[in-house]
Design a protein around this ligand. Structure first.
Ligand code: UN1
Length: 500
C-alpha cells in the first residue's frame, strides 16, 4: 500500500530547477530497511554532474545575494508552510526509506518545519554590529556576507532535519547550495527539491546531486568554486574531508558522532531516568549521533536501575515503523547490522555481562528487514571498546561509579563530546555537571537526545571541528564577516596614526 507514495522508478539530479539525468548510467537501489523491498533507484553521479550543478549555482547565487534578505526569507516561510501541509506524506516516505518509526519520522519532519520558520525569521535579523570607530567622523560596522556556493553532505539517519539545518541558513544568508544526500535516503531530497520549486526558490539556488561520497562528495570537496563544505556523517569520512579542505583552505564544518552517556546519581528519580535512558538509547534503534550508549550509574542504585531497564526493554515492540504500535524500527542496512553484531561479540570477549538482546531478529516478518534486539550490557569497564567506540545501534553499556567526580571523569574520557545527561535532584550536582561535562550539549533530568533547532548543535573533541549546526551558530558556517568603514570627514585619516 505504502509503495504508492513512491511514484518514480528512478531519481534524477536537480540542477538549475530541472530534473536532469546523471552523465553516467549508474544507479543504486534504495531499499526499505523494514522489509527489504526496493523503493527506487538513485543515480550514482560523477564529477561532471557536480561541475554542471556548480555552474548553475554560481550564476544563481550572484542574483540571489542581491535579493533583500527579508524576501529571501519569504521563500523559506513558504517552504515551512508546504512542509507543514505535507508533514504526513513526508513522514511516511521518511519511515520507508530510513526505517525510523512513524512517530519519530513526524518528529524529524517537524524539526525541519521549525528550522524553516526560525531561519526565515533571520531574514529580518542577520545581525551584524555597529561599533565606534577610533577616528572622528568615521563610521564602523561588521556585517554578514554570503560565502557563495556552499556544499552540504547529509547523512541517512536524519535525512530531512539535518538538510534543513544546513540548507536553510545557507539560503537565507544569500548562498547557493549543492546538496549531496546519502544514497540510502534520497527521497527526502527529491521531496524537498519539489517543495523549493513550489515555494518559488529561484532556479539554481539549491541543486541536488545524488551519488557516493567517493565520487560526488570528493568532487564537491575539490571543486574550487565550492567555498564551504558542511558535513554530517562518520568520523573517518569527516577526517578525510577535513584533510582535503585544509589543503585547499576551504571552510569546513563537521559533525561526526558521539559516545553519549546518561549519568544516574543515587538521588535520581529512577522512574524518570529509566524513561530517559530507554528513549535515548533505543529510540531510532540507537542510530542517532546523540543516542545514549553508556549509562554511568552510582553503584548504590545500579541493580535497581538494571531491573527497571530490563522490564522496560521487554515492552519495546519492534517492527516496521509504519505500524503505529512499533516503538523500535530496523537498522539501516545489512552492513549496519553486522557492525552491531561485531560490537556485541567484542563486548562479550571483553568480559562485559550481557543482560538483554545481543542478536539480530529474524522471526516472522522481521526476517525480511534488518532488525536488532535492544541490547543491554552491564559491568562494563570505562576502557572497554564497547564503552569507547560509536556503535550506532541499540546497544547500551552500564558502567558503575562511586561518585559524581568519577562519573564526570568517565563521561569525559572518550574521543567524542556531543551530548551528555545527568539525573539528579541536587542543584549543586546539576550546576557542577553542566559546567564540567565536556560535551556540546548537556541535559539535566532528560535523556541525551532531543536537541531543539534554535540552539547550537555540535560537540567537542572527535565530534567535530568547532562549528555548530542549527541555531544562530549555523550562520557562522555560511557567512563571511565583512568589516565596513565609512569615513565622512572629507580628509585622509590614517588609523592608528592620526588618532589624537
Ligand atoms: C543526529 O543524530 O545526527 O537531538 C541528529 C536529537 C535530534 C537530532 C539528532 N534532534 O536527537
Amino acid at each position: 500500500m505504502s509503495n504508492a507514495l513512491v511514484t518514480e522508478k528512478k531519481l534524477s539530479n536537480f540542477i538549475n530547477g530541472e530534473w536532469v539525468s546523471a552523465q553516467q548510467d549508474h544507479f543504486a537501489p534504495v531499499v526499505n530497511p523494514a522489509n527489504g523491498e526496493k523503493l527506487i533507484d538513485v543515480p550514482l553521479s560523477s564529477q561532471e554532474d557536480v561541475n554542471q550543478a556548480v555552474k548553475a549555482a554560481k550564476k544563481a547565487q550572484k542574483e540571489w545575494a542581491l535579493v533583500p534578505a527579508p524576501q529571501r526569507a519569504e521563500v523559506l516561510y513558504r517552504v515551512g508552510y508546504i512542509m507543514k501541509e505535507r508533514k504526513e506524506h513526508l513522514s511516511q516516505i521518511l519511515t520507508m526509506e530510513n526505517g525510523k518509526v512513524i512517530e519519530e519520522a513526524r518528529g524529524e519532519v517537524q524539526e525541519g518545519i521549525d528550522m524553516a520558520f526560525y531561519m526565515a525569521g533571520e531574514g529580518r535579523r542577520l545581525f551584524g554590529h555597529t561599533t565606534p570607530a577610533e577616528l572622528k567622523d568615521k563610521f564602523a560596522m561588521s556585517q554578514r556576507a554570503p560565502v557563495g556556493v556552499v556544499g552540504i553532505i547529509t547523512p541517512w539517519n536524519f535525512p530531512i532535519a539535518i538538510a534543513t539545518w544546513k540548507s536553510f541558513p545557507a539560503i537565507v544568508a544569500g548562498n547557493a547550495v549543492i546538496w549531496k544526500p546519502a544514497t540510502e535516503t534520497p527521497m527526502m531530497a527529491y521531496e524537498m527539491a519539489k517543495i523549493f520549486v513550489e515555494a518559488g526558490l529561484p532556479n539554481g539556488v539549491v541543486n541536488v546531486v545524488f551519488g557516493s561520497g567517493s565520487e560526488v562528495g570528493d568532487a564537491m570537496v575539490e571543486h574550487s568554486d565550492i567555498r564551504v563544505i558542511s558535513f554530517t556523517g562518520s568520523n573517518e569520512t569527516g577526517r578525510t574531508i577535513a584533510g582535503k579542505c585544509g589543503q585547499l583552505l576551504k571552510k569546513v564544518s563537521l559533525e561526526m558522532g558521539g559516545k553519549n552517556a546518561v549519568i544516574v546519581m543515587d538521588d535520581a528519580n529512577l522512574d524518570l531516568a529509566v524513561q530517559g535512558i530507554i528513549w535515548s538509547a533505543y529510540g531510532t534503534s540507537g542510530q542517532r549521533c546523540t543516542a545514549c550508549s553508556r549509562v554511568i550509574v552510582h553503584e548504590s542504585v545500579k541493580e535497581q536501575l538494571e531491573e527497571r531497564l530490563l522490564a522496560e526493554i521487554d515492552h519495546l515492540t519492534i517492527g516496521d515503523g509504519l505500524d503505529e504500535q512499533n516503538k523500535v524500527g530496523p537498522i539501516i542496512n545489512e552492513a549496519g547490522l553486522r557492525k552491531i553484531e561485531k560490537y556485541v561479540q567484542i563486548g562479550q570477549e571483553e568480559g562485559a555481562r550481557l543482560l538483554a538482546g545481543g542478536n539480530a531478529l529474524n522471526e516472522g516478518d522481521l526476517n525480511k528487514g534488518y532488525y536488532f534486539a535492544p541490547t543491554l550490557f552491564t559491568d562494563v569497564k570505562p576502557d572497554m571498546r564497547i564503552a569507547k567506540e560509536e556503535i550506532f545501534g541499540p546497544v547500551l553499556s552500564i558502567i558503575p561509579v562511586k561518585d559524581l567526580d568519577e562519573a564526570i571523569e568517565v563521561n569525559n574520557d572518550v574521543a567524542f563530546g556531543l551530548s551528555s545527561s545527568i539525573f539528579t535532584q541536587d542543584i549543586n550536582k546539576v550546576f557542577k555537571a553542566q559546567r564540567d561535562l565536556d560535551t556540546g550539549i548537556v541535559y539535566v533530568n532528560a535523556g541525551t537526545t532531543g536537541a531543539e533547532i534554535h540552539l547550537p548543535f555540535g560537540g567537542t573533541k572527535g565530534t567535530g571541528n568547532g562549528h555548530r549546526d542549527s541555531g544562530q551558530a549555523a550562520l557562522d558556517v555560511f557567512t563571511e564577516w565583512k568589516a565596513v568603514y565609512v569615513d565622512f570627514s572629507g580628509k585622509l585619516q590614517r588609523a592608528q596614526i592620526d588618532v589624537e
